[in-house]
Design a protein around this ligand. Structure first.
Ligand SMILES: Nc1nc2c(ncn2[C@@H]2O[C@H](COP(=O)(O)OP(=O)(O)OP(=O)(O)O)[C@@H](O)[C@H]2O)c(=O)[nH]1
Ligand SMILES: [Mg+2]
Length: 253
């Protein structure tokens, strides 16, 4: 399993790095959860745990970024983790990489271990092995690349085959800052998401639009599933995303 980045046609740039945890096993569809991170979702213990970066957290979940090569998975992760954009460079991810971030959700510290997968076909067998331990998947396409949108159906088939049935899934149309190059309309993304019953939002790793929101929404859903309090109303991810996207002023970059 390599964490290195292979330089692609558009030149150099920095990439996230961290010691890569291995998948629990190579065989897909076997429902054995990783002991550290129980299925959707579980506290690691009754007490807070300490992350490798020295931050305490109450709950930990694995989130996987998937989608065609070049849609902006690595940039989305870097934007979320570091608040920066890897401008002008495209260093295609090799295999899989990961970064951790601890969020505070309704007063609870939630650690997201975010796995950044390679979109290139040749690494597909590597990423397959990681699906089954993912608590949530962010599936990306690029609004300036029609093929990446057309491939969403194939990605959903793959997800259906390899991920857990109860995995939290969200569709993201990235690069909305590139308004002049847009070829996939927001309505098309909305329609596809509705067809498959998944929450949807448009994002920009470049401007930061909705990046925090996408991860926060996932963390909220996982936290609510894990810590359902009596008398607490059910958290509805779809409704939350709709409300927050409207509030974020979806089309300002
Ligand atoms: N304009 C714009 N460009 C972006 C955005 N996100 C990523 N890019 C650019 O798109 C290219 C690909 O981004 P990456 O994040 O490396 O793509 P990836 O999905 O990780 O690709 P693989 O690792 O090959 O799967 C880079 O040149 C980025 O600078 C965005 O939101 N807006
Ligand atoms: Mg990448």
């Amino acid at each position: 399993m390599s964490r290195k980045k292979a330089a692609r046609s558009k030149g150099g740039g920095s990439a996230p790095s961290a010691a890569l945890p291995p998948p629990a096993a190579a065989a897909p569809r076997s429902p054995a959860p990783a002991p550290e991170l129980p299925r959707n979702g579980g506290a690691t213990s009754g007490r807070p745990s300490l992350s490798s970066s020295g931050e305490f957290y109450d709950l930990a979940f694995k989130v996987m970024l998937v989608g065609d090569s070049g849609v902006g998975k690595t940039c989305l992760l870097v934007r979320f983790k570091d608040g920066a954009f890897l401008a002008g460079s495209f260093i295609s991810t090799v295999g899989i990489d990961f970064r951790n971030k601890v969020l505070t959700v309704d007063g609870v510290k939630v650690k997201l271990q975010i796995w950044d997968t390679a979109g290139q076909e040749r690494f597909r067998s590597v990423t397959h092995a990681y699906y089954r331990d993912a608590h949530a998947l962010l599936l990306l396409y690029d609004v300036t690349n029609k093929a990446s949108f057309d491939n969403i159906q194939a990605w959903l088939t793959e997800i259906h085959e390899y991920a857990q049935q109860d995995v939290v899934l969200m569709l993201l149309g990235n690069k909305v800052d590139s308004a002049q190059d847009r070829v996939v309309k927001r309505e098309d993304g909305e329609k596809l998401a509705k067809e498959y019953g998944v929450p949807f939002m448009e994002t920009s790793a470049k401007s930061g639009l909705n990046v925090e929101l996408a991860f926060t929404a996932i963390a909220k859903e996982l936290k609510h599933r894990s810590m359902k309090l009596p008398n607490e109303p059910k958290f509805k991810l779809h409704d939350y995303v709709k409300k927050e996207v409207r509030g974020s002023g979806c089309c300002r970059f």
